[in-house]
Design a protein around this ligand. Structure first.
Ligand SMILES: [Zn+2]
Length: 400
């Protein structure tokens, strides 16, 4: 580990790693999953690390979705600076909904690429392939996904190719990561899982505890291989259904069609992606593009009065509050409460894939996430608001 004493990336200064560092983003890791697994005796690594390391509760980025948060963690800055604020935005000029999975939408370089450029050995392993191209943008290093792993990578993980909708897709990430740490000892490693299990299973349930027990075993191996570990989440996860198991949905496109005329406004659900089976594209965050001349203020007030809505904000207010890029958000930003999601039109959601009552994310109600280190973290300013995208900062600059 030759090198510099520090590196500046996106206006933040990071110390060069003194030991291999693995930053782990556990998709959908509501803190209760860890607490319950520890209580059940299923997670000895977590139990010990919570005592001997440092554990914080941090705020993720809102919308509490996967891509905005993963990109914030690897750039160290909010979406206002890196540009990725969801899976979709609406291009008004071209009149089309644009998917933001392409690295061309990224406005800031990653820490991973910067450290690799400066001579660090860097490895990135993701569950889904959609994240790989964004996280691996301009990265000279190891970067692969469980979903599209080649034979050598499958052999490294010691696993058969997992299904994209499975707990094994995440297990692959840990298995390959632990093996890489044992063999090649990269200076920096970033591991990112999927929330397949969390969308289906509540904290403390047998499936959830089994998943955290699996993870716990691999984290212990990573640590035994000499890695400092920083573990956080892209977002939390909550039940979004009524007592009878049916989802609590506000179909916002239908309402706006009724109020303004069919198709006059356009609701974008930035959770929408090619993998919607387990959440039906239903989350607690939406943005609406209004027709010219619409009274945004009055509509925001009308939406705010709907049961289940937590916030209805004008674009500028929302972008200031949540640090989002104004040019990629609609005129209104809507956030629903903890137990409620926002849909587009009722007929546009295929809920046939929901085998269990809906659990999802996207709102302020899923903003609290764990931020856990297997080293003591020291010297933080009193009262500092911690974010999940401070993971590299704390691990590199504040570990004892
Ligand atoms: Zn996620």
């Amino acid at each position: 580990m030759e090198g510099r004493s520090f590196l500046e990336v996106n206006g933040r200064r990071y110390r060069w790693p003194r030991e291999p560092l693995a930053v782990v983003c556990v998709d959908g890791c509501e803190g209760a999953y860890i607490d319950e697994a520890v209580r059940a005796g299923a997670a000895p690594w977590f139990a010990r690390t919570l005592k001997e390391g440092s554990a914080f509760v941090a705020d993720c980025v809102v919308p509490s979705f996967t891509n905005p948060n993963n990109l914030s963690i690897v750039t160290g800055v909010p979406p206002a600076l890196h540009g990725i604020c969801g899976n979709y935005f609406y291009d008004r000029e071209r009149g089309e909904e644009v998917m933001m999975n392409d690295p061309k939408f990224l406005r800031a370089g990653t820490l991973l690429a910067a450290f690799a450029q400066a001579g660090a050995a860097v490895a990135v392993i993701t569950a889904k392939d959609k994240l790989r191209s964004l996280l691996g943008h301009r990265l000279e290093g190891e970067c692969f996904s469980a979903e599209k792993a080649n034979e050598a990578q499958l052999a490294l993980a010691g696993m058969a190719r997992p299904s994209v909708y499975s707990a094994e897709l995440s297990e692959f990430v840990f298995a390959a990561g632990a093996k890489l740490m044992q063999t090649r000892r990269p200076d920096l490693m970033y591991l990112s899982t999927t929330d397949y299990v969390q969308h289906k299973a509540a904290p403390g349930s047998p499936a959830a505890n089994a998943f955290y027990a699996m993870m716990d075993g691999y984290l212990a191996r990573l640590e035994a291989a000499g890695a400092a570990i920083a573990l956080t989440a892209d977002h939390g996860m909550n039940d979004k259904h009524a007592a009878d198991g049916s989802p609590n949905v506000i179909y916002l496109q239908d309402l706006l069609d009724e109020w303004l005329g069919a198709g006059a406004a356009r609701v974008i659900l930035p959770i929408t992606d090619p993998y919607v089976v387990h959440h039906g594209a239903l989350g607690s965050f939406a943005t609406a593009y209004l027709p010219a001349g619409a009274d945004a203020q009055a509509l925001a007030a009308r939406i705010a009065a709907l049961p289940g809505i937590e916030l209805a904000l004008l674009r500028a207010d929302a972008c200031r509050r949540f640090e989002l890029p104004e040019d990629r958000m609609g005129d209104l930003v809507l956030v629903s409460r903890r137990d409620t999601v926002i849909g587009s039109g009722k007929s546009r959601h295929d809920l046939s894939g929901l085998e269990v009552p809906l659990r999802s994310h996207g709102g302020v109600s899923e903003q609290k996430v764990p931020l856990i280190f297997n080293r003591r973290i020291e010297g933080l300013a009193a009262g500092r608001r911690l974010r999940n995208f401070d993971a590299f900062d704390l691990a590199l600059n504040h570990a004892a």
